[in-house]
Write a protein that binds this ligand. Structure first.
Ligand code: ADP
Ligand code: MG
Length: 755
C-alpha cells in the first residue's frame, strides 16, 4: 500500500465539505505493456481495453477446495481436500476408447487413495507426470468416490505443495473467469494476477469518505478481494464495492442533471383556463378519480419555473392521452406551445386525429367554425410533402401552432419553436428517457420545456430510481369503466380443431359488425421481424421452441393475407394489410380504411402495436405468438376491446403444449393486469431489455448492479451522490468520479447525451 493512497488533501480555500480526492495518479500502464501477447488476446476477447476495465470484470465463480479431511474419514459423494504424498504413478491405454488411463496412488498417515484421470491425448499424461512424481506432497481436492471398495477421486484438482504455496494459500478460492475463443483458464488467471499488481495506481471513483460511510473497502483492496480472495466472503466484499460504484456513478449523473435543472429557467405553466375548462365540457366521458388526481399532480409540477420531468405510468387503455392533452392545453392557456412525440408516424397521425377530434372547435383557430380562444394543431412528420412541411414549420416557429404532434425525430431535427413550454413523449413500453435531455434549452430565451414521458410499462421504485433517477414517477392505476376488457386464449395451431374454431370465431365477430386484426411477426415469409421505426426489438428471440417450420403455413403479412383471402371460412370479408415497408400514403390509407370501417380484417406487423385505436375492433389473432415479448403481446392485445365491445385475442403458436414457450403464453393469457405482466417481464428478461438498447446507453454496460434486487444500494448511492454533487457540482475535487461519469455518458447514445 503506497502512502499517498490514503492521504486526503483538504484545500483550505474551498468549502470544507468538499474533500479533495487523491489527485489523479500516474496513468495506469497500458495492457499491452504489462501482459503477454497471449494474455492480451485473452482479455481483449472479454472486451477489456484498459486496466480499469479489466479489473472490473468479475470472476464467474470460484473453485473452493472442500474442507481438509483424513483419507480414512472420507465418505463417497463429499467435496473434500486432503494433504497427501504421491506414492505410485501408472498409465495404460484405455480399453474401450482412445487415450490413456492415469492412476496415481497417494496416501496420508491414515491410508491410501487413488486419483484417476481419463486422458484423451498422450501429452496430458506427460503433463501430469511432470508434477505427480513419487514423494511429492500435494493438496488434492474433488468429489470423493469409490472403486472396488477403495477411496478414489476422478479428475481431482491438485496443487503441488513442495517449494510452492503453503497449505493455507492452496486452500484459497480460485477465480474462474469467463473465457472467449481459445483462451485457457490458466492464461486468463495469469493475466488477472499481473493486472492486479497494478491495482494501486488506479484512480478511485467513489470518494474515500463515501466508501467509509458505506463500510466498503477502497478500490484497490476491493479488486484484490475480488480476484485473489482468501475466503469466499472476501469476493462478496470486493463485488459490493463495484456494485456500489456503478450505482454511484449513475446517481451522480442524475444528481448533476437535477442540479442543472435547478439552474435552468422554465416557463411556469400556471393558467387553469380557458381551453382546459372548455375541453372538459366537451369530453364524451368524465375523468376517473385517478385521472383527476394525476392531472392535478402534473399541473402542480409544470407550474414551477424550473423544468420538471415526469414519468407517467398507466396500463394500456388507462386513458393517458386525454391527460397529456389537458397538460398541453395548460401550456397553451399559459401562452406557450406544447409538442407531443410518438414513436411511429402511424401513431403520430393517430394522435393527431384523436386530438383534433377531442378538441373540435377548440382546435380551429382562425377559422369560422373555431371559437375565439381556439388554438391550432399541426402534424409534422418526415414523409410530408416539402411545401406542407415548410408551412407547418413556419407555423411552429411563429407560434401560430399551439400544439405540434410528430415523431421522436422532432427532437433531433432541430425544429424551432416560438415558445415551447411542454413536451409529452409517448414511449409506450420503452424507457428511452435519455433523449429528453436533447430538449433542454429548446424553449424560448434559453429556457427549458417541461417534459412528461408516458409509458405503459410500470417499473418498481428501485428500478425507477436507477433507470430514471431524475424523473418524478406518477402512476395511473385505475382503468376507465367503459372498457369492456379482453379475454386471451392460447391456440395450439398444430391442433386443427382449435385453429378452425379460431378463424370461425374471427368471422363471427365480423358478421356481428366488429373488426379484427391479424398480427404477423414479419412482412414477408423468411425475413426478419418488421422493426421499422418502432424501436420495439422485442420480436423474435424468445424461445421459439426449435421446431422445424417446414409443415407450417407461411407467416409473413403478405403470404398470410393471400392465404386468408383464399380461406373459405373468411369468404366475403374485406381484408387489408399494414406494414412498415408500405409507402406512407398506403399506410395512411390502410389505417383510414380500418378506422372508417371499410376493412373487416387488417393483417399487420407490430406497426399496430403502439397505440392504434380502433374502438370497433374486437378480435385479434397473433401468429407465432411465442416470438413476441411480454410487453409487446400486452400492447398488441390492448388494440382490441377498447370500445364497448369485449375483445377476444388468440395467441396462436406452433410451440408444443408442454414447452416453456407455451407455458409462458398461457401465463400471459391468464393475466390481464399490465403491471403484473411487467413484473413477469422484468423477472424474465431483466431491466436491460426494458430500457431497450438503442436509447439506453446509460445502463447498457451495467455489470454488477441488479436494478431490481439492489434497492438498498441504489438508495444509498442516490443519497451519497446527491451530497457530493451538491457541494461540488462539476466534480472538480473528484477526478476519478468525473472521469467515470464522462465515460458512462460517452458510452451512452452520443446523439442523446451531448447536451
Ligand atoms: P392509453 O393510456 O393506452 O394511451 P388512451 O388514452 O388511448 O389509453 O385511452 C383509451 C380509450 O379510453 C380512448 O378511447 C379514450 O378516449 C378512452 N378514455 C379515456 N379516459 C376515459 C374515461 N375517463 N372514461 C371513459 N373512456 C375514457
Ligand atoms: Mg396511448
Amino acid at each position: 500500500m503506497s502512502e499517498g493512497r490514503i492521504d486526503l488533501v483538504l484545500p483550505s480555500d474551498a468549502d470544507p465539505l468538499v474533500v479533495q480526492d487523491r489527485p489523479a495518479a500516474p496513468a495506469p500502464p497500458p495492457l499491452d505493456v504489462i501482459l503477454s501477447g497471449k494474455e492480451l488476446t485473452a482479455v481483449r476477447a472479454l472486451g477489456a481495453v484498459d486496466l480499469d476495465g479489466l479489473l472490473r470484470i468479475a470472476p464467474r465463480r470460484y473453485v473452493v477446495p472442500g474442507p481438509l479431511a483424513r483419507i480414512a474419514d472420507i465418505t463417497a459423494g463429499e467435496e473434500i481436500s486432503a494433504v497427501v504424498t504421491v506414492r505410485d504413478v501408472r498409465d495404460r491405454p484405455m480399453r474401450a476408447r482412445r487415450g490413456s488411463l492415469l492412476l496415481v496412488t497417494v496416501e496420508d498417515s491414515s491410508g491410501p487413495l487413488t486419483l484417476t484421470f481419463f486422458l484423451a491425448r498422450g501429452h496430458l499424461v506427460e503433463y501430469h507426470r511432470r508434477f505427480l512424481r513419487p514423494g511429492v506432497r500435494i493438496l488434492v481436492s474433488g468429489t470423493a468416490g469409490e472403486h472396488r471398495g477403495e477411496p478414489q477421486i476422478v479428475h481431482p484438482d491438485y496443487v503441488v505443495l513442495d517449494d510452492g504455496p503453503t497449505i493455507d494459500e492452496a486452500m484459497r478460492p480460485v477465480p474462474v473467469y469467463p473465457l472467449r475463443g481459445k483462451t485457457t483458464q490458466k492464461t486468463m488467471r495469469a493475466a488477472f494476477a499481473t493486472a492486479l499488481e497494478h491495482a494501486d495506481v488506479l484512480t478511485p471513483v467513489v470518494p474515500e469518505t463515501v466508501l467509509r460511510s458505506q463500510g466498503l473497502p477502497p478500490l484497490a483492496e476491493a479488486l484484490r478481494l475480488l480476484h485473489a480472495p482468501r475466503e469466499e466472503a472476501d469476493a462478496q466484499r470486493g463485488l459490493a464495492h463495484l456494485r456500489f460504484e456503478e450505482a454511484f456513478v449513475l446517481q451522480a449523473i442524475f444528481a448533476q442533471r437535477r442540479a442543472a435543472d435547478d439552474l435552468t429557467p422554465a416557463p411556469a405553466l400556471t393558467a387553469a383556463g380557458p381551453l382546459q375548462i372548455r375541453l372538459r365540457e366537451r369530453l364524451p366521458f368524465t375523468l376517473t378519480a385517478g385521472q383527476e388526481q394525476v392531472t392535478e399532480q402534473i399541473a402542480e409540477r409544470i407550474a414551477r419555473d424550473r423544468p420538471t420531468s415526469v414519468l407517467l405510468e398507466g396500463d394500456v387503455g388507462s386513458g393517458k392521452t386525454v391527460l397529456a392533452l389537458l397538460a398541453m392545453l395548460r401550456a397553451v392557456d399559459s401562452g406557450h406551445q406544447a409538442a407531443l412525440l410518438a414513436p411511429t408516424e402511424v401513431l403520430a397521425e393517430q394522435h393527431h386525429r384523436t386530438i383534433t377530434e377531442l378538441l373540435g372547435e377548440l382546435g380551429r383557430a382562425g377559422r369560422l367554425d373555431g371559437v375565439p380562444e381556439a388554438t391550432s394543431v399541426r402534424l409534422l412528420t418526415g414523409s410530408q410533402r416539402t411545401a406542407d412541411r415548410r408551412r407547418t414549420l413556419l407555423d411552429v416557429v411563429s407560434g401560430e401552432a399551439g400544439l405540434v404532434i410528430g415523431t421522436h425525430a422532432l427532437l433531433t431535427e432541430g425544429v424551432e419553436f416560438s415558445s415551447l413550454g411542454l413536451v409529452v413523449i409517448d414511449e409506450q413500453h420503452r424507457f428511452g428517457v435519455d433523449h429528453r435531455r436533447a430538449l433542454r434549452r429548446r424553449g424560448a430565451d434559453g429556457s427549458s420545456p417541461h417534459v412528461i414521458v408516458m409509458t405503459a410499462t410500470p417499473i418498481p421504485r428501485s428500478a425507477a430510481l436507477a433507470i430514471v433517477g431524475d424523473l418524478d414517477v406518477l402512476t395511473l392505476t385505475e382503468m376507465p369503466a367503459r372498457r369492456a376488457g379482453t379475454e386471451s386464449f392460447l391456440v395450439p395451431e398444430r391442433l386443427p380443431a382449435w385453429e378452425d374454431r379460431m378463424w370461425r370465431r374471427v368471422a363471427e365477430e365480423v358478421r356481428t359488425g366488429r373488426q379484427a386484426f391479424v398480427v404477423c411477426p414479419r412482412i414477408i415469409d423468411g425475413e426478419a421481424a418488421d422493426g421499422a421505426g418502432q424501436g420495439a426489438g422485442g420480436a423474435g428471440g424468445e424461445g421459439a421452441g426449435g421446431q422445424t417450420e417446414g409443415a407450417d403455413p407461411p407467416r409473413g403479412v403478405e403470404q398470410t393475407l393471400e392465404r386468408l383471402a383464399a380461406d373459405p371460412r373468411l369468404a366475403g370479408l374485406r381484408l387489408g394489410m399494414l406494414h412498415g415497408r408500405m409507402s406512407t400514403e398506403d399506410k395512411q390509407e390502410a389505417m383510414r380504411a380500418m378506422s372508417g370501417g371499410e376493412l373487416d380484417v387488417l393483417v399487420a406487423t407490430t406497426v399496430i402495436e403502439v397505440g392504434v385505436d380502433v374502438p370497433n375492433a374486437s378480435a385479434m389473432v397473433i401468429c407465432d405468438a411465442e416470438r413476441f415479448g411480454i410487453s409487446q403481446l400486452h400492447q398488441l392485445r390492448g388494440r382490441v376491446g377498447r370500445g364497448e365491445h369485449p375483445g377476444i385475442v388468440f395467441l396462436a403458436t406452433t410451440a408444443p403444449p408442454e414447452s416453456e414457450a407455451a407455458e409462458h403464453l398461457r401465463a400471459i393469457a391468464a393475466t390481464r393486469d399490465g403491471f403484473e405482466l411487467a413484473r413477469l417481464d422484468l423477472e424474465r428478461r431483466g431491466v436491460g431489455d426494458l430500457v431497450g438498447t438503442r436509447q439506453s446507453g446509460l445502463h447498457a454496460t451495467l455489470r454488477h448492479l441488479d436494478m431490481l434486487a439492489d434497492t438498498d444500494v441504489v438508495d444509498a448511492a442516490r443519497q451519497q451522490a446527491a451530497r457530493v454533487v451538491e457541494h461540488d457540482p462539476d466534480l472538480d475535487a473528484h477526478p476519478g468520479l468525473a472521469r467515470a461519469v464522462a465515460d458512462r455518458l460517452r458510452d451512452a447514445d452520443p446523439d442523446v447525451e451531448r447536451t
